[in-house]
Structure formats: structure tokens, C-alpha cells
Design a binder for this molecule. Structure first.
Ligand SMILES: [Zn+2]
Length: 143
């Protein structure tokens, strides 16, 4: 277990190309979302609750998080992988949330596998998993 948490050795100081890429990706995602509140982002939805279980490749629970977004909150449907990729892997649940909303489904469960390499050029992938439960509270229909 402990070996997973060893700090990566760094060559040149400053962020690596990969880290810059991830930062750009996040900036893009934020721009796309434009920091809008949930009620504007997904009309007709009152609350979204994300229950996130981070699992090791051996399916041991590494961390559990619950995120609740109410109508006026700015939702954040992405989670950084806590595994061996060192946070390069990003689990993005926004499509799943949208999918559940479109289907007017109140609960959606999924398991996603982090396929990031554990370091650039490695053939080994991270393999950590995110088990998520998305709970959606729909706003009462108008009229
Ligand atoms: Zn990972």
C-alpha cells in the first residue's frame, strides 16, 4: 500500500508537460461550465448528490466522499483520481448526471476505471476505481 503514495521523483523544476495539460483541461472545463449554479446548469433539478467511493485495484476502499449540490451551488461533477497516477486521471461524471436527468432517473450508479499510465511511458495503468452513486432531486413541475 505505502508504495502507492511515494512522491514522484521530479526532474526539472516546474510543472511537467502532463501537469500543464491537466491544468489546461481543468481551465477548459471550468470555462465550459462558466461557474453557473446548478439550477441554470441543469434546469429542473433541485439537488444532485454524489457519493464517491475510491477503490484500489484490489477493491479496497481508499476514500469516501459525499458532495451535495443544491440549486444555487456551482456543481463540480469531476473528481481527481487518488491512485497511482498521482491525480492525472480525472473522473468526469457530468455526462452521467446529464444522462440520468434526461431519463428522469433519480439514482444512477457506475464504476469507472482510471486508465492513466502510472508515469509517462509506463505500460502499467493506474487501475484505481471510482464507484459513484448519483442521486438527483427533480424540481416540482411548473403548474
Ligand atoms: Zn488514476
Amino acid at each position: 500500500m505505502a508504495q502507492f503514495f511515494k512522491k514522484r521523483r521530479r526532474g526539472a523544476p516546474g510543472p511537467s508537460k502532463n501537469e500543464l495539460k491537466v491544468r489546461r483541461r481543468r481551465a477548459d472545463a471550468n470555462e465550459a461550465a462558466q461557474q453557473r449554479p446548478l439550477a441554470e446548469e441543469i434546469p429542473g433539478v433541485q439537488r444532485v448528490t454524489l457519493q464517491l467511493d475510491f477503490l484500489t485495484p484490489q477493491r479496497q476502499v481508499l476514500d469516501q466522499q459525499t458532495h451535495v449540490f443544491n440549486a444555487t451551488d456551482t456543481p463540480e461533477f469531476t473528481a481527481e483520481c487518488l491512485g497511482r497516477c498521482g491525480g492525472t486521471g480525472i473522473f468526469d461524471l457530468s455526462d452521467k448526471v446529464q444522462q440520468a436527468v434526461n431519463a428522469r432517473q433519480r439514482t444512477l450508479q457506475s464504476t469507472d476505471l482510471c486508465a492513466e499510465r502510472i508515469f509517462p511511458g509506463s505500460s502499467e495503468t493506474c487501475g484505481f476505481q471510482l464507484q459513484s452513486t448519483i442521486d438527483i432531486v427533480f424540481a416540482p413541475a411548473n403548474g
